[in-house]
Design a protein around this ligand. Structure first.
Ligand code: AMP
Ligand code: MG
Length: 350
C-alpha cells in the first residue's frame, strides 16, 4: 500500500480539501494518521468494528488493549456512553478540548473491537484544529491510539509515523511537531472516587481542584507488583528504545559524577554510550553522545522532547543510554512514568 503524506499548511481552504479527503477515507473504514496536541494518532471510525481491527493490524497492537475514542464536541459524549457522571461533566467543561481521557460505561453503538472487549469506553476531545476538523469530517467518533508500531516510542512528528507505518496505512496528515509530546492523562470516572490510570500533563492536583477527591491507580507504582494496572495498555513494556536505558537519580552533582563514571566504563568496554541531560547539565558530561532533553526551568520542554530523543538514540544505534531523572510534581510525574517504563524500572540511586 502506498502511504500519501499530506502537509497541513496555514491555508485554511487548501486544508479543508485535504481534511475532507482524509475524512472520506475514515468514513470508508480506512486509516489516517493525524496530529493532536499530545502525540500523533492513528485514526479509524470507532463505530466500525472492521476499521478498529485495522488499527490493531497496522500497529501490531495486542487485541486486549482498548482504543481511545476521539470526539469533536462535548455533546457527542452522550451518544456513545450510558451515563455521564457529574464529576466527568465538570472535568469536560474545564479541560476539553485537552489532554484528558475519561473512561465511561459504553452503550451499544460502540463495538467491543474498539474497547478491547471491555464494557467501558475511553473518550477524549483533543485540543488541535486539524484533529477536531478531521474527527468531524470522519463521522464524529474516531478511535486513535498513538500512531507508532506497538512497543516503540510514541510519534511526536509525522516523520516518526512514516518510519513506523509507511506502506501499512493510506494517509498521514503532517501538521509538524506536536506541542505536549506525551499521551493524555487517563481518568476512570466510573468509580465514585475517580482513579488516574495513566499520568499526563493534566495532573492529579489540577483534577482535584475541579472535583475534590481523586486517586492514583496502585497498579502504576511498579511493573513487578502483584496489582496489574487498570488500563490494559499500561502493563506492556512500552515506549521503549532499542538500547538499554538506565536512569540515575539523586542530587544533581552526584548524578552527573556517576553518569560520567558509567559512560567512561561503558566506552572503555567498547560500547556506544548515550547520555540524556538537560540544557543546564549537558556541558558537565565529558564523554559519550550527549543530548539535552530540555530545560529544568520548564518541564514541559522535557515532555515535548522525550520520545524524539529516544528515537534519535535508536538511529545512532547506541548500546546503552544513561539518563538523569526528573522530579515528580506537575508534568514531571508523567515524564518519569514514561521514562521508568522505557527503562524497565532500572534506576541507580546515588
Ligand atoms: P494510546 O491511545 O496508544 O495512548 O493507548 C490508550 C490507552 O488507554 C491504553 O493504555 C489503554 O489500555 C487505555 N484504555 C483505553 N480504553 C480503556 C478502558 N475502557 N479502560 C481502561 N483503559 C483504557
Ligand atoms: Mg500508545
Amino acid at each position: 500500500m502506498e502511504t500519501v503524506i499530506v502537509k497541513i499548511t496555514e491555508n485554511d481552504i487548501e486544508n479543508r480539501k485535504k481534511i475532507e479527503a482524509a475524512g472520506a477515507l475514515l468514513r470508508q473504514g480506512e486509516l489516517a494518521a493525524f496530529p493532536t496536541e499530545t502525540v500523533y494518532g492513528l485514526g479509524a471510525d470507532a463505530l466500525n468494528p472492521q476499521a478498529s481491527q485495522k488499527i490493531y493490524e497496522a500497529k501490531g497492537r495486542p487485541s486486549d488493549n482498548p482504543l481511545i475514542v476521539h470526539i469533536s464536541k462535548i455533546e457527542d459524549l452522550e451518544k456513545i456512553t450510558k451515563r455521564v457522571p457529574e464529576n466527568a461533566r465538570k472535568l469536560a467543561e474545564r479541560f476539553w478540548p485537552g489532554p484528558l481521557t475519561m473512561i465511561f460505561e459504553k452503550n451499544e453503538l460502540v463495538p467491543l473491537e474498539t474497547t478491547g472487549g471491555l464494557q467501558t469506553v475511553a473518550v477524549r476531545m483533543p485540543d488541535h484544529p486539524t484533529a477536531l476538523s478531521l474527527i468531524q469530517a470522519g463521522g464524529g467518533f474516531i478511535a486513535a491510539p498513538s500512531a507508532n508500531t506497538s512497543g516503540k516510542p510514541s510519534p511526536t512528528r509525522a516523520e516518526h509515523v512514516a518510519l513506523d507505518l509507511q506502506g501499512r496505512i493510506p494517509m498521514i496528515l503532517d501538521g509538524g511537531p506536536v506541542g505536549i509530546g506525551i499521551e493524555s492523562t487517563i481518568l476512570d470516572v466510573t468509580e465514585t472516587v475517580p482513579v488516574i490510570l495513566r499520568p499526563g500533563s493534566i495532573t492529579k492536583e489540577m483534577i482535584r481542584e475541579v472535583i475534590g477527591e481523586v486517586r492514583m491507580d496502585p497498579g502504576l507504582a511498579k511493573e513487578d507488583t502483584q496489582i496489574p494496572p487498570k488500563a490494559p495498555g499500561m502493563k506492556y513494556k512500552h515506549y521503549a528504545p532499542k538500547a538499554e536505558l538506565i536512569l540515575v537519580a539523586g542530587v544533581q552533582e552526584k548524578v552527573q559524577e556517576r553518569i560520567n563514571d558509567l559512560v567512561r566504563e561503558g566506552t572503555e568496554a567498547g560500547k556506544k554510550v548515550g547520555v540524556i541531560g538537560t540544557d543546564e547539565s549537558c556541558g558537565k558530561y565529558l564523554q559519550g553522545i550527549v543530548k539535552s532533553i530540555g530545560t529544568r526551568t520548564d518541564e514541559r520542554t522535557i515532555a515535548r522532547h522525550l520520545y524524539g530523543i529516544l528515537r534519535e538514540f535508536d538511529d545512532l544505534k547506541v548500546d546503552i543510554i544513561y539518563s538523569e531523572s526528573f522530579s515528580a510534581p506537575g508534568i514531571g510525574q508523567a515524564v518519569m512514568n514514561r521514562l521508568l517504563k522505557a527503562a524497565g524500572h532500572q534506576v541507580i540511586e546515588v
